[in-house]
Design a protein around this ligand. Structure first.
Ligand SMILES: [Zn+2]
Ligand SMILES: [Zn+2]
Length: 144
């Protein structure tokens, strides 16, 4: 993958790629943890730099649902969407509804050349539906 993107193959880059591959939608902290498990001590900054380089080379996709920290995934280039749990923040992939990216055809694109659509479905995950007494973050906010 790295060679295909004309990037030098380094141990941190390989470790970050495989960490994200194994843990889709991981945040930076859990990526750092899993990189350290395979490489030993690696600085936060080194991992941030690698994440930025891999995202710029489109080997990784960065998503950031509102209220969440940035998360990374190695499933790139297919314009898939995400369903996010309002209570615990769990994230899952959602394919485009019909065929290839029908949501790319905006009703009114205002003359912009659209090349990507990003849809976030807000929901409650199955685990949280089992726990009716878990207060959602949203309700906490409204109370304050
Ligand atoms: Zn949940
Ligand atoms: Zn995804």
């Amino acid at each position: 993958m790295l060679r295909g993107a004309a990037l030098r193959v380094t141990r941190p880059r390989v470790a970050v790629l495989s960490a994200v591959h194994d843990h889709p939608h991981a945040d930076t902290d859990s990526i750092i943890r899993s990189v350290r498990e395979s490489l030993g001590e690696v600085s936060h900054q080194a991992v941030y730099d690698v994440l930025r380089a891999l995202t710029a080379a489109r080997l990784l996709r960065r998503i950031q649902p509102s209220g969440s920290v940035a998360r990374y995934e190695s499933r790139v280039g297919d314009n898939h969407h995400h369903v996010v749990c309002r209570s615990c923040g769990a994230i899952a992939d959602v394919d485009c509804a019909v065929g290839d990216a029908p949501c790319m055809t905006a009703v009114n694109d205002h003359g912009f050349a659209v090349d990507e659509a990003e849809v976030t479905y807000w929901a409650r995950c199955p685990d949280c539906q089992q726990r009716p007494h878990t207060r959602s973050k949203q309700r906490d906010k409204e109370k304050n």
